[in-house]
Ligand binder design. Sequence first.
Ligand SMILES: [Zn+2]
Length: 270
Amino acid sequence: MNFIIKLLISSVLLSVFLLSSATAQDCNYYRAKYHCPVEKRFKLHLSFDDGVGSVTPQVLDTLKRERIPATFFVLGNKVDCQPYRNRCKAGDKKSCQSLQLCQQRRQTLKRIKKEGHLIGSHSYEHYHHSKLSPAELQSTIKRSKQILQPFFTTKPAPFRLPYGDGWFNQKDQPQVMKALKQNGFTHIGWEMSGFDWNKKNQHGTKILDNIMTQMCSGRNGTVLLHDGVFENEHEGRIFTAKHLKEWIPVLRCVADFVPLSDLNKKLKPL
Ligand SMILES: [Zn+2]
């Protein structure tokens, strides 16, 4: 009887292990599927934009289980609870509900830091930064800094521009990158994207396929994913948060997950 129980427990443990890790045979299959160079390993860093979102804790659970260091580019307005507090005090009931959600997001922000991930700014508002006036540009960058400063752990602090606007077009719009530098930030772009913001990709293994295809074509670096949406604070990037745990064993076939500081030598610990 005792033996049967032991056997049952070990087979359950074995299936959990098999589900959460890809075997060498699986890895050969994935290398062939995505045309990965034989035996080459890549450096990969996961980054998440537009949070803190309702699904961020789910992403954190996966990262914790898999021991993967990531970077979260947080929108200042998601974790600035004072405006909600003021409107709630003035008697606006809807703002009181929003205040509660904002306070939950701040708790999650604390958890991100506590679990050793990097926190960067995604600005205060999700604007096209190259289209802002000089005053608006300074204001949105500075407001995000005021809110997020206690959560930064590097100098300079990482910043990712919404839509990459001001980064990929910095030759024509140099004022945006200049303003970031003036405010003590360094811009972190991305070498790969899951294109998970696009609803068309939110099914099957499309997002994983996107990352694997880009990586196996020879890219190391940071991949852009999302753990929130900027349009509606109550929504989340549900698909990525839900399926990340299934993609990791496949990514591990060809990549080692590294902290951002391994890829960007400018980032010094505070
Ligand atoms: Zn964004």
